[in-house]
Design a protein. Sequence first.
Length: 656
Amino acid sequence: MTEPVLIVDDSLTVRMNLAEILEAEGLATVLCATGAEARQALAAKQFSLLILDVLLPDADGVELLAEIHAMPAAKDTAVMLLSTEAEVRHRIRGLKTGADEYIGKPYEPQYLVARARELVRRRQTVAVTQQETVLLVEDSATFREALKSALETASYAVLTASSGEEGLRIAAEQRPNAIIVDCVLPGIDGPTVIRRIRLDAALRRLPCLLLTASEDQAEELRALDAGADSFVRKEQELAVIVARVSALLRSAGASDGDRDTESLLGPKKVLAVDDSETFLQELARALRGDGYEVVLARSGEEALDLLAVQSVECILLDVLMPGIGGEETCRRLKDQPVVRNIPVLMLTALEDRNAMIQGLSAGADDYIAKSSDFSVLRARVLAQIRRKQFEDENRRIRDQLLRKEIEAMEARAAQKGAEERAALVEELEFKNKELEAFSYSVAHDLRAPLRGIDGFSLLLLDEYAHRLDAAGREHLEAVRACAQQMGQLINDLLNLSRVTRSEFQRADVDLSAIARVTGERLHARDKARRVAFVVEDGIRAKGDERLITIAYENLLGNAWKFTGKRADARIVAGSFERDGCTVYFVRDNGAGFDMAYASKLFGVFQRLHSADEFEGTGIGLAIVQRVIKRHGGRIWAEGAVGKGATFFFTLENELS
């Protein structure tokens, strides 16, 4: 490990003890006695973990913690607070300030080391490797080293332990891919090691190979009954043992344990709640002997406040306490989603059947009579933690299955929606084509009778006008005007249909030339008009020349029409660059429009001026919009009443 652990405590005894137990685990340490020394050390180098006493001669540990979090070089360093303060409020203050762990003195060395290794592991960057790891638990140093060498020759990384207890601890911390365990070991034996692994949800899928020097055939049955995956006698060649390990790993595949599940053998924290200080201390000593960190609370109120900032694996709750009693505290815990899954064991000095029923009805997971013999209590605590572990694992599996089911449902819904949208689009396109074809046919067929109405109205006016009075002639002229307006409307509808239906042919187009030719045609139709018509040179684009011509005819025609009442009429056609895209525009200083109605400009039959004021059918801008959309661009307009209008459009790129 490259980054050491910084220990800050004014007690030389505590500093040396912490350094001894951490260095025995392979963790380098740096020792400080004051807050000032700690600041100097933190400024000089980085640390993976800071173990900080709350009471220092020159500083408050919690205030120093806040100061450390503000240091750029140390803000990500994990912090473990140590304190002799028995009050829960000090623990809450430390955890709220940002401590990763808070441990009371006297501390349990096994728990402290386990938590220190876990916090250091979070800080370290672990290299990704494809090498599989095998844990070898063997008390014979000679055989252990020989088998280790054979496994390493076969490209396995090897962890070693000389006892069952050490093997279980390493398995919980390192999560190997397989374990080889000797049958006979000091302390707990090999079959017991395997049984404990099988009872641990985090390790139970770990492939296990049991070794024995015994010739007794019953040993194999005992090994398999304990949960071993394979059994090998030591007198066999080391190559055979390595081959067995390889076979186990092949069959196990990726099932090397659930690395998201906390092991039963890892550090565990228990909350004990009781108003009797004597019983609390005795209970804490008994549980710390099993490697638990015990947090003490003297009332239900303290327990609830503490659980808001501190996570624990199990809660021991006295029934009779001042303030909030045990049953009410239990009810409140089970009503909170964050802590309701933590096992609660009710403790009482009363042998009362009804009290037990009431406690279990309040939500307790177990109910235990107080006793000076804590062996039953320790077994019940372990059982509840094991049950919680399996429930958490099952809950995680259910959540994973539910997420997969939801993802599958969403995928099916998305696919179905896409298919339905595709069908609707196809049907809509078909209906649009039918409607356009029908509109084209109807419009085309209406032109003939309208020509007849217009022609005969003109004939009547030419040859029979002298027989009609003034009112008759006025009515006849109105008929002819309506026929001509209807004819123009039909022509515009046919043009709109042609824009959509015609074949698109993209080529290099001279927009300046198109604008000039269009302006000349407008001048030719109304030679009396004096309009300053300005077209910029060199406006070019990729597009369909015929469709772009239609767009300019409509845009410039509108500009010509709406500047008709100005003596200083001016029309400009040009372009400019914006965000890497060419924007084209047609600007006039005519009647303009109110921007509140800009969204209506490009709708079919939408007019912002009355027919009496400016003639037209309200289709020209809709035609322009369809032309622009066929080019993959967009069109928009800006204007003000009496101050003219500008129409902007793009052809090949969409501007955001």
